[in-house]
Write a protein that binds this ligand. Structure first.
Ligand code: NG6
Ligand code: CA
Length: 512
């Protein structure tokens, strides 16, 4: 064979390998996988998604070098259900316990239930979760002074360093594996209750003058770091977190995990507390914000994402690492604290062009940023494929050369082709879960069934000028044509009764 044609043949073989061969690089390695998962970040909160009042240069760079999705969804408009779906590949509405959990709730994903971490672990990955958990721990009656289990280590993670629930819930301590980190023998024992006050620590109810900002009744439990939380705790003072330095802790733990595993495939679930209330970003980020604390938390989150990418670059791992950025549910402007956020927005629209946000059945509740970067593999661009986080399980398993065991991840479809930009064809149908209502998308149609209460009540304290606020207008069924009306203002159900009937039947079939 002549040299030129031999090169052509090798070239063609390489193209074929990249397009449809195993998901390994030229050296035969499985790609590392990093999911950067944020809390309550909306579609409009990143500058690469149109924000102008706040800049997210690190995520913009990730998007410019990768794929940016415009119709990608969390499975739910709240945290625990979305996280459950992401990790198990199962729609959360199938599990009645998969609702926003208290900070002392038992483990929602019990040992034996398959997770994406376990699947990748069996395929040779080292696996870690760093950051927010909010999927329950233990089996009820957790003693926070002893081993707290089962938790992530029992369902496929080799390493975990966690905030047990949310930043607005006790216990306000870090959990390193099974143990509360930094606990001192001199500390009073940690006690946690969601039913009654325990110990003598001041609460938002009894000592409102100690607070940096006022809170609603629900968020007026124990005060830690001048912020009152949901629930009550006592003891463990050496172990209390400081909200302002939490980001540095997460980044440091993630860096250490990446460094320790740089020579083998790893999966890191980097689960940020940003930008969930209470907002307490570090002063160095607040200083950069034009739109107050919420902007500061976005800038902090962007910095943290940049730190992970920089570590991959530094170690020469970037080419062979899939980095995925997304959020667990849509944005909320007032979520328990009087932190000046509504007044500080200055025209910023956390939900971009969409209606509603967190807790709501509208697109703002689940349509979120999704960025996928894999420099060795993904061609930069923008994709309008309809995507759901429930499919990350099957897709990433495939990318990592792992096998999904039979009966696991029942709702997860292999969407790797769409995720990597080989095709613009995503799902045809997704379910969007808001508290008390399941809606359905098929192509450009969106159907919200009639219902008593469609989940609006949770943002009733919101400011009427809040762009994510939705009047609890209608208990009627709603049909929207998103191709003409992405903002879901024009209910066209009367004009399209046949489409509505089909969507209703499909919703019932898919959620049975
Ligand atoms: C709600 C809390 C809200 C927030 C949410 C969880 C009240 C009135 N509201 O119950 O403040 O903590 O739970 O947010 O308590 S999530 O992003 O983790 O789903
Ligand atoms: Ca959330």
């Amino acid at each position: 064979m002549r040299m030129a044609s031999r090169i052509a043949v090798i070239g063609l073989a390489l193209v074929g390998f990249v397009a449809c061969g195993p998901r390994v690089d030229a050296a035969g390695r499985q790609p590392n996988i990093v999911i950067i998962y944020t809390d309550d970040v909306g579609y409009g909160d990143l500058s690469c998604y149109g924000a102008t009042r706040v800049k997210t240069p690190h995520l913009d760079a990730l998007a410019a070098a990768g794929l940016r999705f415009t119709d990608a969804h969390a499975t739910a408009a709240t945290c625990t259900p979305s996280r459950y779906s992401l990790l198990t590949g199962e729609y959360a509405f199938r599990n009645p316990r998969a609702q926003i959990l208290a900070g002392d709730a038992p483990a929602l994903i019990q040992p034996g239930k398959e997770t994406i971490a376990a699947t990748l672990q069996r395929a040779g990955y080292k696996t870690a979760v760093v950051g927010k958990w909010h999927l329950g721990l233990g089996n009820g009656n957790v003693d926070w002074n002893k081993d707290v289990k089962p938790g992530p280590l029992e369902i496929g993670f080799d390493y975990s360093y966690l905030m047990p629930a949310t930043n607005d819930r006790v216990p306000c301590v870090y959990l390193d594996g099974h143990r509360v980190d930094n606990l001192s023998p001199d500390d009073e024992p940690i006690v946690v209750s969601y039913h009654k006050k325990v110990g003598d620590l001041p609460t938002g109810h009894s000592h409102p003058h100690l607070l940096r900002y006022a809170a609603d009744g629900q968020h007026s439990g124990t005060i830690i770091n001048r912020i009152s939380r949901i629930g009550y705790m006592d003891g463990g003072e050496s172990a209390w977190w400081t909200d302002e330095t939490m980001i540095d802790v997460w980044v440091e733990k993630s860096h250490a995990f990446i460094e320790a595993n740089k020579d083998r495939p790893f999966f890191l679930f980097f689960s940020l507390h940003n930008i969930h209330a209470p907002l307490a970003p570090h002063e160095r980020f607040v200083k950069q914000s034009e739109i107050g604390l919420r902007g500061g938390s976005i800038i902090e989150m962007d910095w943290a994402a940049g730190q992970i990418v920089a570590k991959l670059d530094e170690l020469g791992l970037r080419e062979n690492t899939i980095v995925i950025f997304s959020s667990d549910n849509g944005p909320v402007v007032t979520d328990g604290y009087q932190d000046q956020v509504p007044a500080d927005l200055k025209g910023h629209r956390p939900n971009g062009p969409f209606r509603g946000g967190k807790y709501l059945p509208y697109e703002g509740g689940t349509r979120l940023p999704l960025i996928v970067s894999w420099p060795g593999r993904v061609k930069p661009g923008v994709s309008d494929a309809l995507m759901s986080q429930v499919d990350l399980f099957a897709s990433l398993a495939k990318a990592g050369g792992a096998t999904v065991p039979p009966g696991a991840a029942v709702d997860s479809k292999d969407m790797l082709g769409a995720l990597l930009g080989d095709t613009k064809q995503g799902r045809t149908v997704i379910i969007e879960q808001a508290p008390k209502v399941l809606s359905i998308r098929k192509g450009h149609w969106k159907y919200i069934p009639a219902g008593k209460r469609q989940g609006w009540a949770n943002n009733k304290h919101s400011h009427p000028d809040d762009p994510t606020y939705v009047e609890p207008v209608s208990e009627e069924a709603q049909l929207y044509d998103l191709s003409k009306d992405p903002g879901e203002v024009d209910n066209v159900i009367a004009k399209h009764p046949k489409v509505a009937a089909e969507m209703k039947a499909l919703l019932e079939k898919e959620t049975r």
